[in-house]
Design a protein around this ligand. Structure first.
Ligand code: HEC
Ligand SMILES: [Cu+2]
Length: 478
């Protein structure tokens, strides 16, 4: 018995020693001497304020201006956002452990609502909310000591709290440890959140907030940095081969957790939950709670477009939770060969093109209008995830179907792409794509419908595609 107890104590002691120990205690940071003062440098996502080089604690003055303003949530969809600093997510705040933070919350006179701020970095009632309830045209001031290092969420906590958060009122504050974090080449700020609109995903116009959907936790949009496509195309994050990138990731919610993942990258180091005392390594997907955070570092080994997702995948491909990191530089064929060979694989009895399966067909459309209407549904269920709800595509990943010159190349071409799939390099409207579109195992009727819909949308040429034409394409290809 005695020996066993001793062993257990030994194991306990050694695990305790093996984990990194906090540099300073909460008490030490509370007592840290304040020398001088400075105004915080605040940044909008995806930018992060510069690393803190100071060796002492100081007074940091932070001015956050709350603005209620209309902005873009998705293409053709706008929303009245409530913001900390004019953007969603709110300004990134960076301080050092031991600092005294003087918060000024300015509620712009044009605003309609009172607001406040709850910073998870605060030890105090409501995380500051109790001291910062501010009417439009007023400013509240309070201060707190940054006693615990970490990456913290801040948000509005004015009732109804979920509504203020759902409208965009969240951001991140980094309380940098005294000893700093390991040096990296680039730091970015990425924050996921969920939006609830009266109309469903993609419905155009100014969309009011839906409390019913928020309560039911049925978001119409799940996005990074405040809007669908906020961080892709020419607004993608960038990096070069050989550099190390650090992502400060937050989840504003109000409801959804994030299974945060970068397709084609492994996180070399993660500080889970933004907790500076723990590092884990070689992580594929890190879980970020609503109202929580994580820090992820990874080295860029090869060039390419890397897609950042919530790996709850319909959120990524159907609700907007997609961002991009574009990496330039020389290939490294040892780390990643790229496709080395492409051979035809035809198991016995298989046709290259999946044959129509009778009995599954949608009811036959009686006219073009019915075909377009039915095709809209087929598109939403099968194609919008990649080609996007308005057919605009995703730069470097999925080509546009809107005004696509590929479609202008003729119906047979388009039908073949859908029934047989498409791989290899293609150039669509002057942009290169090298992806894979699967062959669609859909009935002829559905393919005729979806292509007629595509041809009759977004300024395309208005052709009518019939099930017979689809059928003919299949037999020819076999
Ligand atoms: C998983 C993502 C994905 C889905 C879902 C998808 N596609 Fe594609 N599609 C692609 C990619 C990638 C290409 C380009 C392939 C390449 O680079 O060779 C493409 C190319 C095309 C093209 C030719 C290029 C162009 O822009 O005109 C057509 C037409 C097309 N898709 C139609 C559809 C239709 C219709 C559906 C739904 C039935 C669909 N796609 C679903 C990924 C997808
Ligand atoms: Cu608010």
């Amino acid at each position: 018995m005695k020996i066993r107890t001793k062993g257990a104590i030994l194991i306990l002691a050694s695990t305790f020693l093996a984990s990194p120990v906090f540099a300073a205690s909460r008490e030490e940071n509370a007592a840290a001497k304040i020398v001088g003062e400075e105004n915080a440098i605040l940044t909008d996502a995806p930018n992060v304020p510069p690393v803190i080089k100071r060796k002492n604690a100081t007074k940091v003055i932070v001015h956050l201006e709350v603005k209620e303003l209309e902005g873009r949530l998705a293409d053709g969809v706008s929303y009245t956002f409530w913001t900390f600093g004019g953007k969603v997510p709110g300004k990134f705040i960076r301080v050092r452990e031991g600092d005294l933070v003087e918060m000024h919350l300015d509620n712009h006179p044009d605003n309609k609502m009172p607001h406040n701020i709850d910073l998870h970095a605060v030890n105090g009632p409501g995380g500051g909310a109790a001291a910062s309830l501010t009417a439009p045209g007023h400013t509240s001031v309070f201060s707190f000591k940054a006693t615990n290092p970490g990456l913290y969420v801040y948000h509005c906590a004015t009732a109804p709290v979920a509504m203020h958060v759902a409208n965009g009122m969240y951001g991140l504050i980094l309380v940098e440890p005294k000893e700093g974090l390991p040096k990296v080449d680039r730091e970015y700020y990425v924050m996921q959140s969920d939006f609830y609109t009266k109309g469903s995903n993609g419905e155009k116009g100014l969309q009011p907030f839906s409390m019913t959907k928020a309560i039911d936790e049925r978001p119409d949009y799940v996005v990074f940095n405040g809007a669908v496509g906020s961080t892709s195309g020419d607004k993608a994050l960038t990096g070069n081969v050989g550099e190390t990138v650090r992502l400060y990731v937050g989840d504003g919610g109000p409801n959804m957790t994030s299974s945060f993942h970068v397709i084609g990258q492994i996180f070399d180091t993660v500080w889970p939950e933004g907790n500076m005392s723990t590092q884990t390594h070689n992580v594929q997907t890190t879980m970020i709670p609503a109202g929580g955070s994580a820090i992820a570092d990874f080295k860029l080994s090869v060039p390419g477009a890397f897609i950042i997702v919530d790996h709850s995948l319909t959120r990524a491909f159907n609700r907007g939770a997609l961002a991009q990191l574009k990496v330039s530089g020389p290939e490294n064929k040892i780390v990643y060969s790229g496709k080395t060979n492409d051979l035809v694989y035809l198991p016995e009895g298989a046709g290259a093109r999946v044959a129509d399966q009778p009995g599954r067909a949608a009811p036959a459309a009686r006219d073009k209008a019915e075909r377009i209407k039915a095709g809209e549904g087929v598109f939403a269920n099968n194609c919008a995830a990649c080609h996007q709800p308005a057919g605009q595509g995703v730069p470097d990943a999925f080509p546009p179907l809107a005004q696509s010159d590929y479609l202008k190349g003729g119906k047979a071409h388009a039908i073949n792409a859908v029934t047989g799939g498409l791989t290899g390099k293609v150039t669509i409207n002057g942009q290169n794509f090298d992806g894979v579109m699967p062959a669609w195992d859909l009935p002829d009727e559905d393919i005729a419908n979806v292509l007629t819909y595509v041809y009759n949308s977004w300024g395309n040429s208005g052709e009518d595609v019939t099930p017979d034409e689809v059928k003919a394409s299949r037999t020819k290809a076999n």
